[in-house]
Design a protein around this ligand. Sequence first.
Ligand SMILES: *[C@@H]1O[C@H](CO)[C@@H](O)[C@H](O)[C@H]1NC(C)=O
Ligand SMILES: *[C@@H]1O[C@H](CO)[C@@H](O)[C@H](O)[C@H]1NC(C)=O
Ligand SMILES: *[C@@H]1O[C@H](CO)[C@@H](O)[C@H](O)[C@H]1NC(C)=O
Ligand SMILES: *[C@@H]1O[C@H](CO)[C@@H](O)[C@H](O)[C@H]1NC(C)=O
Length: 395
Amino acid sequence: MQSAARWLLNCLLPYSVWSFSHVTEESNALNFVQRKVLPRVAPPPTLSAAQSAPSKPWHTHKYIFVAHHKAGVFLMHDLQSSIFLSLGATASEMGLWIQPCYPGDCLKPEAPIQFWMDLYSYERAQEAREAAGAKGMRVAGIVRDPVSMIVSAYCYHHRGEELGNVMFGNGSLMHLGPKEGLKFAAERMLPLVENMTTAFERPFNDTFHLVYEKVTRSSEDFDQQVGEMTSFLFQDLITPAQRSQVLNATQSADLHRHPAKGDHGNDKECKDEVRKYVPSLPPELLSRYRSFQQRLGYVPVFFYGAARQDRRALAELRRSLGYFGGAAKGEWSGLSDEIKAAIVGLPADCGPAGEVDERCGVACVGAVPWVYNYNLLITAELTQVDPSSKFRRSS
Ligand SMILES: *[C@@H]1O[C@H](CO)[C@@H](O)[C@H](O)[C@H]1NC(C)=O
Ligand SMILES: *[C@@H]1O[C@H](CO)[C@@H](O)[C@H](O)[C@H]1NC(C)=O
Ligand SMILES: *[C@@H]1O[C@H](CO)[C@@H](O)[C@H](O)[C@H]1NC(C)=O
Ligand SMILES: *[C@@H]1O[C@H](CO)[C@@H](O)[C@H](O)[C@H]1NC(C)=O
């Protein structure tokens, strides 16, 4: 049986003896991934019996880690393994559910610690919540900008990865150019991204929403996000010593510390190129993805003042976003072509970069000393000197 889920199955069973004897020629593509994956999930040192608490957090709650294709599946899985193995969980306590579920590939549905891939939705969350009953569940789910997910899916499958993945069956994407291929990826991913959106567009008090863009931005962001997630998941169910052990173990999942693990990512060149085709997706399909972005809070965000190391001034930011330049024509309503081009050209501090949805624009966030701003739009037929230059501050 060939399935895209095979590699994940094997990396979820770190204690099982991995035998290459059953590997056949046609599984080479998948096996290539498996061999790279295995060393990444070597169990971290577990606590000695004396250190570990008698009761395990998963005796108290049900734990579910959630990921969707091209939104940090490997990262999330590495995080789950490092966290629970360092707390002393055994393979029999860790279950797996992948959709589509190939015969024999979904494991231990009753296990208290679960990894769910490509299937989580608002309905599934509600069902899991009910099933957990009084114990309560604790979910950690990773969420990424939906448009980045389809761009990344195109680059990834176009270069021939995971040929056995039925969602992108028969290697079709290898033969499609970026325009057709991006549309293909967007159509294939639609139900899954829709489900991810329904599950994470609103906060739930039993669910931690891990932001892909933050956790992959830098090691500091990684540590901060993973630290928050650990506190959320375990609260006082683990000791401070266990917490440091967990946090130390999770560092193995950080791509900035271990760049060699990045073989599931894509080169920036491909992503930048393919992103240019986003606006040429069929309008109905594009508007579905734009709506997912909005519902998940993905608008380009630009920082100024104390929010940035270089303390970029607000006026400077607005100028570089074309705000003043384009205003002459747009009279400060809507997005002029000048503003749109400027937004696309300036890398956002977070949120989608290199694109803008006209309905949402951008958000600018920062802190500066108290300031009065007067935006005076003066329209006049001028024959001589422009009087607005007398009002304009030179800074
Ligand atoms: C999406 O969610 C629905 C409802 O929970 C579920 O039946 C379906 O299998 C899910 N599909 C995907 C691709 O996640
Ligand atoms: C893959 O090939 C099979 C058999 O030719 C076909 O039935 C199926 O629709 C193809 N899948 C895709 C995604 O093209
Ligand atoms: C979440 O909210 C519900 C309903 O308000 C409450 O019963 C439950 O105890 C809360 N759970 C957590 C983990 O705070
Ligand atoms: C931290 O993790 C590394 C490898 O992941 C390990 O070698 C080291 O012993 C750990 N340190 C502590 C204090 O647990």
